[in-house]
Design a protein around this ligand. Structure first.
Ligand code: PEP
Ligand code: MN
Length: 403
């Protein structure tokens, strides 16, 4: 349940929150551009609405039949990666902008490997460099990654090639030391359900690329994203990377219907990872084309200068020349489907782009979306960076997670 308090004073807000706490209802404060929301994280579904509507300062009460309200209307439609250097172009993902391609090795294997590949993927048209330093391998006997040293090599490579860098963290302890060396935190499929990790990433001020768990439903993915959003980090990118099915000709089954469905349910950008989905290099190109045709905001693809020599996931690694052909195709497909594309620019024009995006023109305060059930969603127009989240006092003191 969410209470909208309009522009209530700090005193009124605190009184509402104390009132809720006295009833055992934990809550989180979300400060948007024009209103303050109190998100009740405890189960309040069976309590009558008048208890809340009669509280001094409460303008509107919204019951959520939807468990992922923030991703739908509060999240930024366009996620911006910090440029590798002041001379690099801004990388923006989502909001109908042309698709982006992120590429790099499954694992960072050494300085030379990542530097050479960074230049190659940049030349192929990729806008960011990926590479695993903390590898969540299925077998404990496989290469586990170079850790922080690997991240340092990749940051150096990214700086040289002018590419922001994306890498996975698998534990809360890795976040702080890794942060100076990466531009996007990746949460891997195996960690999508690691809610404490998600919450901590929600407290960071860097974009998070959240991959769908291999057996996760779409709703579970969206609800996992909510853990990051609720902590105040609205820069979340979702990623479909294939799910486990009975099919064994491919490593996983690429669920492209998830792209269309997720886009109907949230404003967050969606990437597709064809590499982990199919696991075989000959199928990366057709699946990449299909992903862009069905509306993905971009791709994350594993590549290597000598694919067969990759220390991990060699079977799915593609050469930079194949990557270049894929990127060319994705641009052709996007252009064919979007004759007047949204132009990815900067400064004032970017602001205009954002206001023309899917989240644009939304009314202030809370409203029921046109295609939703009663009180199903939140509608709030926000400006970039105009949201802050305050921790609920009782929750942090007690250390108890919300329901
Ligand atoms: C990866 O991207 O390196 C990775 C391990 O992918 P996933 O978490 O999707 O298996
Ligand atoms: Mn891999």
């Amino acid at each position: 349940m969410i209470l909208s308090l309009g522009n209530a004073s700090e005193k009124v807000i605190e009184k509402v929150r104390q009132n809720l706490l006295s009833r055992g209802l934990e809550n989180t404060l979300v400060k948007c551009a024009k209103t303050t929301l109190v998100v009740i994280t405890s189960d309040a579904d069976n309590l009558p609405g008048h208890i809340f509507s009669q509280m001094d300062g409460v303008k509107k009460v919204v019951r959520l039949s939807n468990r992922s309200p923030l991703g739908k209307d509060l999240a930024q439609t366009i996620v911006t990666l910090s440029p590798a250097s002041s001379s690099s172009k801004l990388v923006q993902i989502g909001g109908g902008l042309p698709p982006v391609v992120i590429s790099g090795p499954c694992a960072i294997e050494g300085r030379e490997q990542i530097v050479e590949l960074a230049h190659a993927v940049k030349a192929a048209g990729a806008v960011a460099l990926r590479g695993g330093a903390y590898k969540p391998r299925t077998s404990a006997y496989d290469f586990q990654g170079l850790g922080l040293d690997g991240l340092k090599y990749m940051k150096e490579a990214g700086l040289q090639a002018g590419l922001p860098v994306v890498s996975e963290v698998v534990s809360i302890e890795q976040i702080e030391p890794s942060s100076p060396y990466l531009d996007v935190f990746q949460v891997g499929a195996r960690n999508m359900y690691n809610y404490e990790l998600l919450k901590e990433l929600g407290r960071q001020r860097k974009p998070v690329l959240l991959k769908r768990g291999m057996s996760a439903t779409i709703d579970e993915l969206l609800q996992a994203a909510e853990y990051i959003l609720l902590e105040g980090n609205l820069q979340v990118i979702l990623c479909e990377r294939g799910i486990r099915t009975f099919e064994n000709r491919t490593r996983n089954t690429l669920d492209l219907s998830a792209v269309a469905v997720i886009k109907s349910l949230t404003s967050l950008p969606v990437l597709v990872d064809p590499s982990h989905a199919v696991g075989k290099r000959e199928f990366i190109a057709p699946m990449s084309r299909a992903a862009i045709a069905c509306g993905a905001d971009g791709l994350i693809i594993e590549s290597h200068c000598t694919p067969d020599k990759s220390v991990s996931d060699a079977a799915q690694a593609i050469e930079p020349s194949t990557l270049a052909a894929i990127i060319k195709d994705t641009n052709t497909i996007y252009a064919a489907l979007n004759p007047s594309p949204v132009v990815n620019t900067s400064g004032k024009e970017l602001a205009e782009t954002i206001t023309e995006g899917p989240a644009a023109g939304l009314t202030d305060g809370l409203t029921e979306g046109p295609n939703q059930g009663p009180n199903d969603g939140l509608t709030e127009s926000i400006a970039t960076g105009a949201i802050q989240v305050a921790k609920p006092s009782a929750r942090s003191l007690a250390g108890a997670p919300g329901s």
